[in-house]
Write a protein that binds this ligand. Sequence first.
Ligand SMILES: NC(=O)c1ccc[n+]([C@@H]2O[C@H](COP(=O)([O-])OP(=O)(O)OC[C@H]3O[C@@H](n4cnc5c(N)ncnc54)[C@H](OP(=O)(O)O)[C@@H]3O)[C@@H](O)[C@H]2O)c1
Length: 289
Amino acid sequence: MLLQRCYNQSEDQFPLPPHIREQYGPFGFPQPCDASRPYISSNFVMGLDGRASFRELPGQAGGREVSRSKEDRWLMDFIRAHHDAQIMGASTLREELGRDSKGWDYAVADEDLGQYREKKLGLDRTRVIIVTGSGEVDLTFRVFNSPRVEPWIVTTAAGAQTLQTRLKALGKGADLKVVSVGEGSIVDLPAAMRVLRQEHGIRTLLCEGGPTLYGELLHLRLIDEDFRTLSLQVPGKTTKPPIERPTTYGHLSYVPETAPWFRLISLHYALPYHAFLRVRYEGPRKFDS
Ligand SMILES: NC(=O)c1ccc[n+]([C@@H]2O[C@H](COP(=O)([O-])OP(=O)(O)OC[C@H]3O[C@@H](n4cnc5c(N)ncnc54)[C@H](OP(=O)(O)O)[C@@H]3O)[C@@H](O)[C@H]2O)c1
């Protein structure tokens, strides 16, 4: 693996194996500024134009298609290994179908990192949390049937009912955790984050997309930091309007006074096609006129 370090000002919290530390440098999180919810990071890959998906091309929607990088795949596992749980929107699950149309299980695939998570960090199988208002989620997908992860769903009362019907039809139930927060089709995300921290002990949460869920979290000031793989290609606009290719920042729109800023924490790269940024949320900045 040819990951190279350019700059790293991370906290030094985790007992990284020496060969990883030598390449990556230190890794850690700051003290959370709000102990009532998890510390929330996100991880996405994007092209030079910020686009995160060749969405309209069947079978080629995913972040993997934008990335095409061994180092990005390893870093994704590295970041997953350090979080208590992962969270993603239901559309990412529905659209990233993989080769057999059963999707992915979103587990730490790298064996060494899996061992490190379990033995050195003392963390269990990662919880993969799917957010859905509709409850329209295919429970035969890999993530709901993999021994490597613990699948959870965060939904509303109505979504939970739809899921119960689906679970019953499949004769399943006991091994799927369903957390219900909110009414109608909208999960109350701030309340859900508090439930995850206070009732389920989740201290660190990694948002793996998609842009809609991430954009909501950012808008609600629930994002603490972002990991961004910059793939030095330009996906460009859709070939099939009106299906748009989203940027990682979804539908957000700001003016100069409100646009959030992030501070650089680390910068790594893999020549010649990928840069890996870690940036921490600071919020809108004031400038002297
Ligand atoms: N490049 C990358 O790293 C990367 C990473 C992830 C995804 N992607 C791409 O991003 C695209 C999908 O992203 P997306 O932005 O369209 O969708 P998304 O954020 O993955 O999912 C949106 C869905 O999540 C549920 N949801 C989100 N917030 C909710 C709330 N507050 N209350 C209730 N439900 C909520 C809803 O599900 P229901 O409709 O079931 O109610 C909603 O339709 C795909 O093309 C995927 O390949 C790229």
